[in-house]
Design a protein around this ligand. Sequence first.
Ligand code: CA
Length: 568
Amino acid sequence: MRLAAEGGRGDRLRRAEWGVCLVLAALGLSAAGACRSPLPPADAGTVAPRAAAATQWRHDWARGAVFYEVFVRSFADSDGDGVGDLAGLTARLDYLNDGDPSGGRDLGVDALWLMPIFESPSYHGYDVTDYEATEPDYGTLEDFDRLLSEAHRRGIRVIVDLVVNHTSVEHPWFERACCSPRSPYRSWYVWRPDDPGWTQPWGSGYPTWHRRGDEYFYGVFWSGMPDLDWRTRAVREEMKRIATLWLERGVDGFRLDATRHLVANGPGELQNDQPETHAYLKDFAAGVRRRFPEAVLVGENWTETARIAPYFGSTARIRGGDELPLSFDFPLAEAILAAVETGTAEPVAETLAEIARLYPPEVIDAPFLTNHDQVRVATRLAGDPARLGLAASILLTLPGAPFLYYGEEIGLPNGPGRDDEHKRTPLPWDGAAPGKGFTTAEEPWFPFAPAGPEVSVAAQVDDPGSLLSRYRELIRVRHASAALRSGEIELLEPADPAVLAYLRHTPAETVLVAHNLGARQAAVELAVGPAADAHPLLAGPGATLLAAEGTLTLTLPPHAAGVWRLGR
Ligand code: CA
């Protein structure tokens, strides 16, 4: 971290060439010699900005792509300190995608989402202290560059978690803001002289105003994570500058943390989804799109469908939306698990209908099963292989960009406790190896989740009946079908409430996807118009689809699924 003198005031200020200079300029203070031109260096390989009005997203690579969420600390440890790191992840890339699409043992994912990798005092990294440095536990910027180039060489895109809503209390911006009300950084956070008594908008009862000195600062998640004040122009410019730095470095986009909380206008619901939040996200997205139209932005808007939909913004001028072109589908995640748990298609069918009604056209949904904030799916479904397989096949045949959470593909359960660490335990690569192949240290940074040796990559990678093989097969089938990857979805209404069935189609291809969520054999007729024949792309034993005279007769054993390409 470099420090530079603020113009004549004696304070030590962090030298963030654009952001600080903008603040100083706004205050009429010049930091002689400390500010460079607010332009990227001429050798950065950048392109000249185009007119925003004309710039469309060019990230069709993300339509249908399969993402894989990695908690670096728990993925693979390269240097024997018990902590997963960037070099460990790089060494394991062939497991995720070896770059050869013709088959093999790799999972075949298209992109990675790295949970926070920036410098942070916590194990999880959501309280950042330096947005320009990698977390020392994880490695150096050179290690990160090597990860990027090795991933790109295999055709894997990499997006990183960008925590835009708040920083750590230990971030130099906050340290300066809190200690000096006259610091230019004071306005980067939200202050007031009294505590208005607001609590977290999700009903925890935890206060969102925290005392520091004579005043109170706003922090919606935790007193250790003060919210940035997005009303302050310099904050918005600084986040754009940081995004630009990482995009220039080669990342393919960002997962944006806690986007619905950027601006708070009062207690309760006024801490969510405020109009200013949408305006600032549009501005941020326009800044990214202008120079990096191939990048993606995925928003974390943990709420209901009707409130997620506006985060795509307007699709009138910008295909895919002028705000966040992807947003995680929390309601659909819950619906998939509820459907698989209860054996009825209704939760998924209802949610898909709601999405069709409320989402703008041609946006990219981001479905998933669970993420790092939720009890793992294997625990939720009591380790039942049939239901885990069903959940996977629903997820990987849906429109949009499905996200897997590391370990999900081998049925990794939660740890025994309720704390978040238990949702983020080290990945068991080889149940029979010391340190389970995750580390050569005597102990990993956090205990492995209790599971037998069959819950490991080594035990499943060559077993055609394993959950890992099912994920791999589903991803291969998805890649081989334009309809599954990027086609429209048309929900069917079979007479049996246990059957979830839908068509995915492009003008050239129609695919039928069917799941029997129930414990009894299902046999239903589906009216789908003329279909000459049905060619199985993936169908378990006993799963059949017979085409005759515009009617398809579907037979599915309990908890079976099938995917067929229809001839017309
Ligand atoms: Ca390590």
